[in-house]
Design a protein around this ligand. Structure first.
Ligand SMILES: [Zn+2]
Length: 176
């Protein structure tokens, strides 16, 4: 995932897909997006953001219940969400591991080439796929019921409405 570290390299440095460079110290956990020097806006995500940044708590609950994690994180959380995004878009996500850095209140930070709204749509699409996959391992009735529901699911409309309902300017991201 990360580039091999050369001596003196700062783990807080993010080499963005657009060619610009950021440092974790330039960011804080209340930020959702930055205006980059390249002229684009890029989404910012840190590991302590709740999944409810993207989907309602009820869906986050389903994800935590149905998806088994096999890493150091005890339950499905933002690092898994961004792991799925990185798998899908390996060249469009920069990540920094700042766990050793006492200056920031988070351990991992991701900056994507796309803006916060596009990231939101991508995350919702990928989470729906994940849940579909999980549902298909349940009984047939559950799986087909889920598929029925998801056939009519409009990701763009969902994201539009979800972002309207929430105060994205707020420093504190509270679940709805
Ligand atoms: Zn940029």
């Amino acid at each position: 995932m990360a580039e091999p570290r050369v001596p003196g390299d700062d783990p807080g440095t993010l080499e963005l897909p657009c060619g610009e460079t950021l440092h974790a110290h330039d960011l804080d956990m209340g930020m959702r997006e930055i205006d980059c020097a390249c002229g684009d806006r890029h989404a910012i995500v840190v590991d302590v953001h709740p999944i409810s940044r993207f989907v309602p708590e009820a869906i986050a609950d389903v994800l935590r219940e149905t998806i088994e994690t096999d890493d150091e994180f005890p339950e499905f959380s933002m690092p898994h969400v961004m792991g799925v995004v990185m798998e899908e878009f390996p060249d469009e996500v920069a990540v920094a591991d700042v766990a050793e850095d006492g200056h920031v209140g988070y351990a991992l930070v991701w900056v994507t080439d796309f803006d916060s709204r596009r990231l939101h749509e991508i995350v919702v699409e990928l989470l729906v796929e994940l849940m579909e996959h999980a549902a298909s391992h349940g009984d047939d009735a559950t799986a087909s019921q889920f598929e029925q529901q998801m056939m009519n699911f409009d990701v763009e409309a969902f994201v539009e409405q979800y972002r309207e309902e929430r105060d994205f300017e707020s420093e504190v991201d509270t679940p709805v």
